[in-house]
Each structure stands twice: as structure tokens, then as C-alpha cells.
Design a protein around this ligand. Structure first.
Ligand code: NAG
Ligand code: NAG
Ligand code: NAG
Ligand code: NAG
Length: 525
């Protein structure tokens, strides 16, 4: 039992009610060293001698544990209580009832990206802080992330554009394929350190932004370009070589995507590393080159995820491409999707995939705040609104059967870089190299409310909300975990309120502070 509670017994309408008056936790957490940001929420400061952490309590039989973070500054605040016999519905309170026997998708995981920039910022910290940063995200006392995305070669979050085997040109055999200094100095050491700290095998998704220029129709990293026909096989081999190189470095890759945001290179909307594809070219490349190359290699079990672009493009790839090239679909394990149009495109686009191909997975592979031109502050310290945008997006995606959610850069500097085209953005961890500290943004805790408590193998279950028409919704999602517990994540965007959680005739009373996210966990009895 993790909590020693003083229970008072009261007899009330013939029901025995346990009223929890106080409890203490076996596992004490190191609290957030708060810095209040004017007009925003708080950031938690980690320095060479101090960093907050969070341990998961094992919920005792008939009890529940809650963790709450809020705009007012709560960060994983623990509380808990016991289940009581369910009373008849009271007039005004909201109830959320879970149905553990009605099951949906299986979770693959949550994570962030080891870009060159993340690695550079991480490496700029003293060793103890490097360790704190990795532990904050991956360890048992951290968010327990279990996924990573890693660029194959450079992305805009690099100090300069590059790809592997740029020389000699026209080298279809890729005779000079060597990893970059960025791999050896930053990415590989960071990933190794992550693999050591993580509580579960880290599933890495690798993605190419741009191949070497000689493979492209236009000799630029960004802007408009296509893959030259004569290099379709070389580009497939380019991926296989990366798997081999990382394998030789001791890093297993779990999946690849079929090129980052291919529409960027069609519409010429990105000044950074890109490669344009249309459905015909992509369908043929997967079917004739990438698919057979991977499936006939030592890496035949690798996941291949198509798309890797905004929600708006899902019907284009999934419905149009695979309708025309059904054989390409045989090589593909699912589809990857990015975050940036989610305010404009309803998540219902995912239904097309789930309805026709329930065996294919959908994974969110990139998200960040601050990327739009109208967002003047690229890094907005302490922003609760940005945390809220993550929480709402993850809740929505999970309710539409996505199997995981991978954030963009694990950490950035105070400007939101480095980035070779000055496409600066925000990150859940901002590194202040000068002060030898890093700042955990509200977005960091937003991620943790999911990643820490919904381990790989969790299965989403049905939740039904019963509420009076004049109260606002509590956004929610629930899972049954491999630890045989039920975990629900709830977002209350209104004033502070009390709701009831119901499960097979029992109920738990939860207090949800104003503008807060709560994760609740209880044994599945
Ligand atoms: C680190 O942070 C802790 C907690 O805020 C503080 O007490 C300590 O003085 C700081 N140490 C340094 C070296 O800044
Ligand atoms: C191989 O690539 C390196 C850069 O990684 C370059 O300096 C060298 O000239 C290349 N070798 C040939 C034969 O092109
Ligand atoms: C590389 O191939 C292109 C045609 O795709 C050709 O124009 C160019 O001269 C070739 N370069 C070398 C060094 O062979
Ligand atoms: C590298 O590949 C070999 C053969 O496929 C495999 O046995 C080994 O586990 C791989 N190592 C890593 C680190 O993925």
C-alpha cells in the first residue's frame, strides 16, 4: 500500500462511506523549482545540483491515485482516495464511466526527436545536467518516454544542410556512405544515453528530409524538387545503409517514414531540406524500390510508415495512393501524421484509414508550437496555452485510434534553435547554456501526463461522459495498461470542479482544478 490513510467511517443512508482525510506517499518526489513567468504559467528550473522528478505510485486495491498539473502552477501534484459504492446520479455533477471490456487500439508509445540541434544543446550542458535532461524524459523518475524520431542526415534543426554520400556525385552504389560528425558527436551519444536511462525499449522512427543533391531534380536542399527516376533504387538503398550504420553503432531502428513532409517539396513552401513526391511517384517507389529493399534485407521487420505529413494529406496518401497502388500498401505498416494543420482539419480524416484498414497503424510523428509566422515569440516561456494545445491534440488523436505521439526537438536553446534557415520554434525543454540550467516548460508536463502513465501495450477503452447540458465537457481518454490498471487522462479547461469517475458500480470523486490536466490510475479489479 502506498498510502497510509486515516479513514473515518461514517454511516449515511445505510451506506458506509470512507472519507479520506489525509495520506502520505511512500515515494517522495523532488518538487519543481518554480519560476513564475509574468502573464504565463511557471517553468521548472533544473541546474547542476537540482532537478524535479516524478515517481509513479502503485495504486493500492480499491484506491486511486491522481496527478495534476495546472495553469496555476501545479506540476504532477499527487492526491488520491478510495472507491465507494456508486450513488444515484446527483443533479449537477459530471460523471465519466469507463467500460474496460470495450477495447480499441494498442499503444506503441510517446517521445520526442533527437535532431542535430537537440544533440548540440544537450551536449552544451555540464555532464550532471546532461544526465538530468535524459532522466527527466526517459527514466523511472521521469516521463518514461519510449519513442524517438531521428533525422536521416540533416533537417532544418541542423547548423547547415547536408545529406550522406554527397560525394562522389551520381554514385548509385553509395560507395562513400559515412555518418556525419553530427551523428558521431551528438545524435548517437544522446541516443545511447537515452537507451541506458529508458524504462522500456526505445522505438526509433528514422526519417529523411532531403537526399544528396545529385539525386534531386533541383540542386537545392529546400524549395521545389523531385527524386530523379534513375535514383529511385539508390534512395531506397540510402535508407537501408542508414539502418546498417546505426545498427553497427549499436542502435536499433524500429521504423522509417517515406520522407518528411513530401508536400513541402511539391508546393515549394519550405526553405529547408525537403523532397517532393506525388502519389504516383511515391506509390511506385514504395512498390518497386523501398518495399522490396527493406523486406529482403536483415531489417525486414522494420515498420514502414507512409505520409509523414499534415492531417490534410491523409486522404491523398491513404485513399488515392493506395487505391492506385494496392501493392505498395502491402509493404506499409501504417501512416505517420504531423500536427500543424490540426486546428483546421478534423480528426475524422483518420476514420478513412481505421474503417478500411484497421490493421494499419497511425502514428503522430511531429509536433511543436511557435512555428507559424503569426507566432512572434518562437520560445514562449511558461505558456500554458501551448501545453493545452498539446494535451487537446493528444487526447483527440488517441480517441481516433492513433497509437502514439512523438514531439519534435527534445530540447532547444533560448531562441528556439539552432536552425539553419532560422525556423525557430518552441520545445518542452529550453536549454540556457549561459546560466548552466534548463527550463521545463508546461508542455513537458503535458507530455508526461500521457507518456508516463500509458505504457506500450496499453489498450484504449471506452469512456462515456454524462453531464448536464449547461456544464462544459471534460476532455478524456482511458486505457487498460499491461500493469493491469486503468489510466484516464482528463482535461478541464473551465473553472475548478468536482466530477465522478465510475467503474462497475463504484465511483471515485475527483477534484479538477481550473485549467488543469489530471491523470488518474487505479487497479483493474
Ligand atoms: C539550483 O537550484 C536549487 C533549487 O532552486 C537552488 O537551491 C540552488 O542554489 C541552485 N544551484 C545553483 C548552482 O544555481
Ligand atoms: C567521401 O565523402 C567525404 C565527405 O564525407 C568527402 O570528403 C570525400 O571527398 C568523399 N570521397 C569521394 C571519393 O568522393
Ligand atoms: C551526373 O549526372 C548528371 C545527369 O543526371 C550529369 O549531367 C552530370 O554530368 C553527372 N556528373 C558527373 C560528375 O558524372
Ligand atoms: C543488428 O543487426 C543484427 C542482424 O540483423 C541483429 O542481430 C542485431 O540485433 C542488430 N543490432 C542492433 C543494435 O540493432
Amino acid at each position: 500500500m502506498f498510502l497510509r490513510s486515516k479513514n473515518k467511517m461514517k454511516l449515511c443512508h445505510g451506506l458506509i462511506i470512507f472519507v479520506l482525510t489525509s495520506f502520505t506517499y511512500v515515494l517522495a518526489d523532488i518538487p519543481c523549482a518554480e519560476r513564475q513567468i509574468p502573464k504565463q504559467s511557471v517553468v521548472c528550473v533544473c541546474n547542476t545540483t537540482y532537478c524535479d522528478d516524478i515517481t509513479r505510485e502503485i495504486p493500492a486495491p480499491k484506491s486511486f491515485v491522481t496527478y495534476t498539473s495546472s495553469k496555476d502552477g501545479l506540476r504532477f501534484k499527487k492526491a488520491g482516495g478510495t472507491w465507494i459504492e456508486s450513488k444515484s446520479k446527483s443533479c449537477c455533477s459530471t460523471t465519466l464511466e469507463v467500460f474496460p471490456h470495450i477495447k480499441y487500439q494498442r499503444v506503441e508509445g510517446f517521445g520526442g526527436a533527437v535532431t542535430d540541434s537537440a544533440g548540440i544543446n544537450w551536449k552544451a550542458l555540464p555532464a550532471t545536467l546532461q544526465d538530468y535532461l535524459i532522466r527527466s524524459y526517459f527514466s523511472e523518475n521521469g516521463l518514461e518516454y519510449n519513442m524517438l524520431r531521428v533525422p536521416i542526415g540533416g533537417s532544418d534543426f541542423s547548423t547547415h544542410p547536408y545529406a550522406y554520400n554527397e560525394l562522389p556525385v551520381n554514385d548509385t552504389q553509395l560507395t562513400n556512405y559515412t555518418l556525419a560528425p553530427e551523428d558521431n558527436l551528438y545524435k548517437i551519444p544522446m541516443i545511447k544515453s537515452i537507451m541506458k536511462a529508458a524504462t522500456a525499449p526505445v522505438h526509433i522512427v528514422a526519417t529523411t528530409w532531403s537526399p544528396p543533391l545529385w539525386m534531386k531534380t533541383h540542386q537545392t536542399y529546400g524549395g521545389f524538387s523531385r527524386l530523379k527516376r534513375q535514383y529511385y533504387q539508390a534512395y531506397a538503398d540510402y535508407h537501408l545503409k542508414f539502418l546498417e550504420k546505426y545498427n553497427q553503432s549499436g542502435i536499433p531502428v524500429w521504423g522509417i517514414t517515406t520522407t518528411n513532409e513530401p508536400i513541402n517539396g511539391v508546393l515549394s513552401i519550405a526553405p529547408f531540406n525537403s523532397l517532393g513526391w506525388d502519389v504516383q511517384e511515391m506509390g511506385e517507389w514504395i512498390m518497386n524500390n523501398l518495399g522490396p529493399t527493406i523486406r529482403n534485407s536483415a531489417f525486414k521487420d522494420l515498420k514502414i510508415l507512409a505520409g509523414d505529413d499534415q492531417r490534410a494529406t491523409i486522404p491523398y496518401w491513404f485513399n488515392v495512393m493506395f487505391a492506385r497502388y494496392p501493392k505498395a500498401l502491402d509493404f506499409v505498416d501504417g501512416i505517420a501524421v504531423h500536427f500543424y494543420t490540426d486546428n483546421f482539419i478534423p480528426a475524422a480524416v483518420f476514420d478513412a484509414v481505421t474503417a478500411t484498414h484497421p490493421e494499419k497503424i497511425i502514428l503522430a510523428t511531429e509536433a511543436c508550437q511557435g512555428s507559424f509566422p503569426w507566432q512572434k515569440e518562437k520560445v514562449l516561456l511558461g505558456s500554458w496555452d501551448r501545453a493545452k494545445s498539446y494535451i487537446e491534440d493528444i487526447l483527440e488523436d488517441l480517441n481516433y485510434n492513433l497509437v502514439g505521439w512523438i514531439d519534435w526537438n527534445l530540447c532547444l536553446n533560448m531562441r528556439g534553435g539552432p536552425n539553419w534557415v532560422e525556423n525557430f520554434v518552441d520545445s518542452p525543454i529550453i536549454v540556457d547554456e549561459e546560466k548552466q540550467q534548463f527550463l521545463k516548460q508546461p508542455m513537458f508536463y503535458a507530455m508526461g501526463h500521457f507518456s508516463k502513465f500509458i505504457p506500450r501495450g496499453s489498450i484504449r477503452i471506452k469512456v462515456v461522459e454524462n453531464k448536464h447540458f449547461f456544464v462544459s465537457r471534460v476532455r478524456h481518454v482511458a486505457f487498460i495498461t499491461p500493469k493491469n490498471t486503468i489510466v484516464a487522462v482528463l482535461y478541464n479547461d473551465g473553472q475548478s470542479r468536482t466530477i465522478h469517475l465510475k467503474n462497475s458500480g463504484k465511483q471515485a470523486t475527483l477534484n479538477l482544478p481550473a485549467h488543469s490536466v489530471t491523470t488518474v490510475e487505479f487497479p483493474c479489479e
